[in-house]
Design a binder for this molecule. Structure first.
Ligand SMILES: [Zn+2]
Length: 295
C-alpha cells in the first residue's frame, strides 16, 4: 500500500475499497439519516435492498462526507445510488466524484437538461475537485416510473417533480415514514409568501400526501401534526373545502354556499371562520383545524 493510501485510510478509515454488504433497513429503525458535513443537509435513505444518498455537498467535501459516514459507522460502499434534489452546486457538487467511487447517480427525466447547469460555477472558482457528471454512467428514471425504481431498493415511495425553487427540483416521498425530502423547496413556514406560484402549487400537491415529517436542504426538519390519519374521504373533503373558499371569495353568503355545495351549514361556518381568522392558511391547514375525524 502506498504511503498516500495509508494516510487516506487513516484519515477516512471507512472510505477503503473493501466491499461490504449494502446498508439495509431493518424494521423499527429510522429510514432517514441526516448527514451534515457542508452547508447542505444531505440524507441517507435506507431501503430493504439498498441505500440511497439524497443530495451531496460542494465539490471538495468528499473527505468530509466520508468522515460523516464514518462517524455513523457507514461505509461508502454501502450506498447504492445518489438522487439529487436539483442541480445547484451545493446539492450536486460531489455527484461526479461519487460516481467514480461506484455510487450510481440517478437522474430524473425532468432533470436531464439541467445536469450541467452548475458546472460553470466550479470552473469559475477553479475547483480542482469537481468532476463533471457523465450521464452515460447515470441511471435515468422517469418520474412516472419512479415507484418501480425505488421498489428495486426495497423502498416504498416515489419521486415527485416539484418545480418552484428551480425547474428541475424533485422530492422523495416515503410511504412508510410519511416523510418528504424536499431539497430547496421553500420551507412550509414560508408558504404564505408563495401562494399562486409554482412553489405554492408544488406544496399543494405534496400536502395532499399528509406528510408527517419534512427533511429540508437547509432548514431544520419539520415534524408535522400527525394526529389526523389519512382518511379515504380526504380528497373529497379537500375538494369540498376548496370549493367553499372559492365561493366565499366570490362573495357568496354561507347559506348560499351550503345550498350550492350540499355541505352542512355548520361545516361551511367553521371553514369560513378558520379561513378569515388565519390569513394565508392552506386547505390542509383548514382540514387540520376542523378535526375532520369528528365530522
Ligand atoms: Zn438550490
Amino acid at each position: 500500500m502506498a504511503p498516500m493510501d495509508i494516510f487516506h485510510l487513516k484519515t477516512y478509515p471507512l472510505c477503503g475499497k473493501i466491499k461490504t454488504a449494502k446498508l439495509k433497513f431493518k424494521a423499527g429503525e429510522k429510514m432517514v439519516t441526516q448527514l451534515k458535513y457542508s452547508n447542505t443537509n444531505t440524507y441517507l435513505i435506507s431501503g430493504k435492498k439498498g441505500c440511497v444518498l439524497f443530495d451531496t455537498g460542494w465539490a471538495g467535501t468528499f473527505g468530509l462526507l466520508c468522515k460523516a459516514l464514518g462517524e455513523k459507522n457507514i461505509t461508502l460502499q454501502q450506498i447504492s445510488c445518489l438522487i439529487i434534489s436539483h442541480f445547484h452546486p451545493d446539492h450536486m457538487g460531489l455527484a461526479g466524484e461519487l460516481a467514480e467511487h461506484g455510487i450510481e447517480p440517478v437522474i430524473a427525466d425532468v432533470q436531464l437538461e439541467y445536469v450541467h447547469a452548475s458546472d460553470y460555477i466550479f470552473r469559475k472558482e477553479n475547483n480542482r475537485f469537481f468532476v463533471p457528471l457523465d450521464e452515460n454512467k447515470a441511471k435515468i428514471v422517469s418520474i412516472r416510473q419512479s415507484r418501480k425504481f425505488l421498489k428495486s431498493l426495497g423502498i416504498s415511495g416515489e419521486l415527485i417533480h416539484t418545480p418552484g425553487h428551480s425547474p428541475d427540483s424533485i422530492c422523495v416521498w416515503l410511504d412508510d415514514d410519511r416523510s418528504l425530502l424536499v431539497g430547496d423547496l421553500a420551507p412550509l413556514y414560508e408558504l404564505e409568501m408563495h401562494k399562486n406560484t409554482p412553489t405554492g402549487e408544488s406544496w399543494e400537491r405534496l400536502l395532499k400526501l399528509r406528510p408527517k415529517r419534512v427533511y429540508y436542504g437547509h432548514a431544520k426538519t419539520a415534524e408535522l401534526d400527525s394526529s389526523l390519519p389519512a382518511a379515504p374521504c380526504d380528497d373529497d373533503l379537500y375538494a369540498l373545502v376548496k370549493r367553499i373558499i372559492r365561493l366565499c371569495e366570490k362573495g357568496q353568503t354561507p347559506e348560499r354556499i351550503s345550498l350550492r355545495t350540499n355541505a352542512p351549514q355548520k361545516l361551511v361556518k367553521d371553514v369560513l371562520q378558520i379561513y378569515v381568522t388565519h390569513p394565508g392558511v392552506s386547505i390542509n391547514g383548514i382540514l387540520d383545524r376542523l378535526e375532520i375525524k369528528d365530522l
